[in-house]
Design a protein around this ligand. Structure first.
Ligand code: GLN
Length: 340
């Protein structure tokens, strides 16, 4: 799936900073060029309206924690945020109810199963497991503060807008297409209800969840949202503290283990960054203290992750030295060895 031979890309270790503007611009444009002709994967069609996406669409955007933006390709084209909303709704709920409660009421472990698995709920005796799969996302959305479902939805919409730094709006066509065809999510919600996991009407939670998935964003929005998580919860464009630094940290930990569903291990092994993907073709990856990287390309692998997006992120993670697990030996340690 991934190129193991990235030998033409200079590999750098995490240094605490991004390279200069010119190099960033060239690398982001290079990532787009490098994978623009890759035509592996299929556009999602289980939500009927998503099948209309043009498989050629491709955009890459990087927003640094100083607010500077580097972009190539279709970074202004809007698409529904889908599962990427789960990351930011988790952050808002974690901010509202706290680390302990979210851990206890939803969970933070990977299911090892597809995002819409019913079996995962059964195998785990009704635990929604984590906020990045549908069961956990439905349970998380239900925990969003608000006196009525309409108020909960408005709090989600305005909360995600604060992450993006602009007012995000619902794509009505996507919402209607999904709400008429998401029997599986309704079944998951009812199943969770049977385990006593809902304090609200489960179908209201499905409705809010479907709305949050239908928010229209573009790749640059996603990069700003990711940069906010990279920047201690402060949106680098607006300067607003959207969530606390602790919540940003907790969100990234969850994205590292669960952000790409059952492929999260493979993703972390190749790219080494917390990230979240969605079935309309978006991916947002976060480099703590450095910035947010977003890609948009609708062709997906069998787990529902954008094929070109994964490749472009692998390339940029490598070229920019973003892999969290990379280190270079301290010069003093080298000297010690030589003097031995
Ligand atoms: N709204 C979609 C669903 O629930 C989101 C899935 C995704 O992006 N993986 O099926």
């Amino acid at each position: 799936m991934f190129e193991t031979d990235l030998t033409d890309v200079e590999q750098s270790a995490f240094t605490g900073g991004l390279p200069g503007e010119e190099r960033l611009e060239a690398l982001v444009a290079g990532a787009l060029r490098r994978y623009a002709d890759l035509d592996e994967g299929q556009v999602a069609d289980y939500i009927p309206v998503l099948a209309a996406a043009d498989p050629r669409w491709f955009g890459v955007a990087l927003v640094a924690v100083d607010g500077s933006t580097y972009a190539a390709g279709e970074v202004a084209r809007t698409f529904s945020i889908q599962s990427i909303s789960k990351a930011f709704v988790f952050a808002l709920v974690c901010e509202a109810i706290g680390h302990e409660d979210v851990h206890e009421q939803v969970g933070v472990n990977n299911t090892g199963l597809p995002f819409n698995s019913v079996m995962a709920v059964e195998l785990n005796r009704g635990s929604p497991m984590n906020s990045m799969v549908n069961a956990g996302a439905l349970a998380t959305t239900a925990l969003m503060p608000g006196a009525t479902p309409a108020e909960q939805w408005e709090n989600i919409r305005t909360g995600l807008s604060r992450f993006a730094g602009r007012a995000l709006e619902l794509d009505g066509a996507v919402y209607h297409s999904e709400i008429l065809t998401n029997q599986r999510n309704k079944a998951i919600a009812r199943l969770l209800e049977s385990y006593g996991r809902f304090d609200m009407d489960p179908l209201d939670a499905v409705d809010i969840y479907t709305r949050q998935c239908s928010l229209a964003v573009n790749a640059t929005d996603l990069a700003v949202m990711g940069a906010t998580l990279a920047d201690g919860g402060v949106n680098p464009r607006t300067g607003e503290q959207v969530v606390s630094a602790e919540v940003a940290r907790d969100t990234l930990a969850l994205l590292a283990s669960c952000g790409l569903y059952e492929r999260s291990g493979e993703w972390l092994f190749e790219i080494g960054l917390p990230a979240k993907s969605g079935v309309s073709g978006g991916i947002v990856a976060v480099s703590p203290g450095k910035g947010g990287l977003a890609t948009f390309s609708p062709r997906l692998d069998t787990a529902g992750n954008s094929v070109r997006g994964q490749r472009a992120c692998a390339y940029l993670s490598r070229a920019l030295g973003l892999n969290l697990f990379a280190s270079a030996a301290h010069p003093a340690a080298r000297t010690t060895k030589e003097n031995r």
